[in-house]
Ligand binder design. Structure first.
Ligand code: NDP
Length: 492
């Protein structure tokens, strides 16, 4: 059993600033308590903000040469890779995802630190041509104290996606993991401690969103909030951040369309439709949870899709051959089940799944069968709202125009894909899909180098790539007069 502490101003804090509340951390595959975490509150968030403010205003980090900052990031990446196996096991134990999924997250998170270490060394400052005798320089500076609020579906990876660019740019940070999945974040902060990040540069506060998270979003000493999570919480954070006009980046929910044309490579399209929907038990913001199939292949496609979905091996993530793990918590499980019920009540046809898995080895975990609905209507709750579980809805379309209209028919705009062997059609259609992350004849591929984020109510700003670094930078113009003499605008 682990005891999990906070990390504030370079010190581990088991007791919170007021009281010593703790929270049990569960394994969602077994329902067992696997750790006890310190439960932070507003006072702990305040202590972390004060430490981060001091480290930014008077510490070495923002002014440190980029080569030196990059060295820290490379050491963090090396250290993560050395601990690959332990981090993978911990992520599976706390989040429920399968070993291959967790292992990928760890490698990708380490690669993210390495990528931003390299990127920050390449100066993006510019000199602009302006009339003599002036010279204009465009330079990039850190924003200041950044609050990083992350969800439970990719606890380590999304933390890395925010921490690596924020630290590379010279900011100081406060990370707030989701209260139910703090374990790999703690290990990451042990690595920060081991590589000797200066005190106050990176702080970790545990606790609930409506106390600790809200404090970060409202506090005037915090200059930026980078948030990933649900759209409703994103809306709340925007309002909370208005007090000091904080810089806000939001990566929110999705209900992403996966458009399958009749001329697609059939087996590839079926395979990716499964992968798009059921990877991570569907607890993925970009999940291709709306499968749009051209009418002429609909029945054949559904038959094959349902057969393959029924074969998905749903097991605890640490078991050999597990292809899909449990949902992350009992609350979330109840939420997903309520959507499945709503779908049936609204009159959609349940083609497979829909039930909790209750065999003796699974009954204490939150396992749900891969679930597919057909005969859905556009205005149904299960078509419009993010379910965030292993539930796909299949819509049909007659032609390109209808496919595009349906694809864009929700408030979300995070991701989307098109399957066809007609290259021109693929480009024509994908350009019309109002989403920030798209694929042609593929799904879910993500790269540290490529911008990540959504249109519409799926968010503001972009993580990853050069765009992800810019989200943590201010841009300044420095105009230099090369001929020092009075301007004489006003007469003597
Ligand atoms: P939330 O949006 O509530 O949680 C994400 C993070 O925000 C967590 O760290 C949470 O803290 C924190 N948070 C919650 N409330 C506040 C607040 N008032 N101020 C600041 N921070 C806050 O997601 P849920 O876990 O409740 O999931 C709800 C739905 O959101 C899911 O069903 C799914 O549809 C969507 N979602 C989308 C994700 C994505 O990747 N886009 C990721 C997760 C969820 P804590 O949990 O500790 O209270």
């Amino acid at each position: 059993m682990l005891d999990v502490s906070m990390y504030i101003d370079g010190e581990w804090k088991w007791r919170s600033a007021k009281g010593d509340n703790t929270r049990n951390i569960f394994n969602p595959a077994t329902g067992e308590v696997i750790a006890t975490a310190a439960e932070g509150n507003e006072d702990d968030a305040q202590a972390a903000i004060t430490a981060a403010r001091k480290a930014f205003d008077s510490g070495p980090w923002p002014d440190m040469g980029v080569d030196k900052r990059a060295e820290y990031l490379f050491k963090i990446a090396d250290n993560m890779e050395e601990k690959q196996q332990a981090l993978t096991q911990l992520e599976t134990m706390n989040n429920g995802k399968t070993f291959p999924e967790a292992s990928y997250d760890v490698s990708d998170a380490a690669a993210c630190f390495r990528y931003y270490g390299e990127l920050i060394k390449k100066s993006s400052d510019q000199t602009i041509d302006v009339p003599d005798p002036m010279q204009s320089i465009i330079t990039h500076e850190p924003i200041g104290v950044c609050g990083l609020i992350v969800p439970w579906n990719f606890p380590l990876l999304i933390s890395a996606w925010k921490l690596a660019p924020a630290l590379a740019a010279g900011n100081t940070v406060i990370l707030k993991p989701a209260e139910i999945t703090p374990l790999t974040a703690i290990k990451l902060f042990e690595i920060f401690d081991a590589v000797g990040l200066p005190n106050g540069v990176a702080n970790l506060v545990l606790g609930a969103g409506d106390t600790v998270g809200n404090k970060l979003a409202t506090d005037h000493e915090v200059d930026k909030i980078s948030f990933t999570g649900g759209t409703e919480t994103g809306r709340h954070i925007m309002r909370a951040a208005a007090g000091n006009i904080k810089d806000v980046s939001l990566e929110l929910g999705g209900k992403s369309p996966n458009i399958i044309f009749a001329d697609a490579d059939f087996e590839t399209a079926v395979d990716y439709a499964l992968y798009g929907t059921f990877f991570g038990a569907g607890q993925v913001c970009t999940a291709g949870s709306r499968i749009l199939v051209e009418e002429s292949i609909h029945d054949l496609f559904i038959e094959r899709l349902v057969n393959r979905a029924k074969n998905i091996k749903v097991k605890p993530g640490n078991q050999t051959g597990a292809e899909m793990g449990p949902l992350v918590s009992e609350d979330h499980f109840n939420n997903v089940m309520s959507y499945i019920e709503a779908g049936q009540q609204e009159g959609a046809t349940l083609r497979c799944g829909g039930k909790r898995l209750l065999s003796p080895d699974l009954e204490n975990g939150f396992f749900v069968e891969p679930t597919i609905f057909t005969d859905v209507k556009e205005d149904m709750k299960i078509v419009q709202e993010e379910i965030f579980g292993p539930v796909a809805v299949v819509q049909t379309f007659k032609d390109e125009q209808e496919a595009i209209r349906l694809a864009n028919g929700t408030d979300y705009g995070l991701a989307g894909s098109v399957f066809t062997t007609d290259d021109k059609k693929a480009m024509r259609v994908i350009k019309k899909v109002r989403a920030g992350i798209t694929w042609i004849n593929a799904y879910h591929a993500a790269y540290n180098e490529a911008p990540w984020g959504g249109y519409k109510q799926s968010g503001i700003g972009r993580g990853l790539g050069t765009y992800g670094l810019e989200e943590f930078q201010e841009v300044k113009q420095i105009n230099v007069n090369l001929q020092v003499e009075p301007v004489n605008w006003f007469s003597e």
